[in-house]
Write a protein that binds this ligand. Structure first.
Ligand code: FE2
Ligand code: FE2
Length: 145
C-alpha cells in the first residue's frame, strides 16, 4: 500500500455512531484517492473516485443537516454554510483537476479534504454532536453507506 494520507484517529470521533461511521468511510475513500494519485492511476479511475467522494460528502452533509433540523440546532445556518463552502471549493478543485492534462494538481484537492477532516469534523461536527446529545438524540439514524 502506498503512503496513507489520513490515519484514522479516535480524536475524530464525535459520539454519534452513524455519523462517525460515515466519517470513517469518507476518510477511507480519501486515502484510496490519494493512493491512486500517488500511483498515477488512469485519469478515468481518479475521476470516478473524485465523483464518489463528492457524492459521499453530499449524502453525509444531507444527513447531518436532517439531524440538526430535527433537533432545532441553533447553529444550523453556520454549519450548513460550512458544508456548502466545502462542496463548492471541492467542486472548483475537481473541475480544475479534470481540465488539466496531468495529475500533478492533486495537492489542492487533498489539502481541501484534509482541511475538512481536521477543521470541520473536530470542531463543527463535534460541537453539533455535543449540543444535540445534551438534548437527547431523537433521530432514528440508519446507516446509509
Ligand atoms: Fe460530518
Ligand atoms: Fe458537518
Amino acid at each position: 500500500m502506498a503512503d496513507i494520507l489520513f490515519k484514522w484517529d479516535d480524536s475524530f470521533l464525535i459520539g454519534i455512531e452513524e455519523l462517525d461511521h460515515e466519517h470513517k468511510v469518507l476518510i477511507d475513500d480519501i486515502n484510496r484517492l490519494h493512493e491512486e494519485l500517488v500511483r498515477h492511476d488512469k485519469k478515468s479511475d481518479i475521476e470516478k473516485s473524485l465523483g464518489d467522494i463528492y457524492a459521499r460528502m453530499q449524502a453525509h452533509f444531507a444527513l447531518e443537516e436532517h439531524v440538526m433540523k430535527e433537533h432545532k440546532y441553533k447553529h444550523f445556518d453556520e454549519h450548513k454554510r460550512e458544508h456548502d463552502e466545502l462542496l463548492d471549493s471541492y467542486t472548483e478543485y475537481m473541475t480544475q483537476f479534470l481540465s488539466d492534462t496531468g495529475i500533478s494538481s492533486c495537492s489542492p484537492i487533498e489539502d481541501n479534504l484534509k482541511h475538512w477532516v481536521i477543521n470541520h469534523i473536530v470542531t463543527s461536527d463535534k460541537k453539533m454532536s455535543q449540543m444535540i446529545q445534551k438534548k437527547g438524540l431523537k433521530t432514528k439514524l440508519r446507516k446509509r453507506i
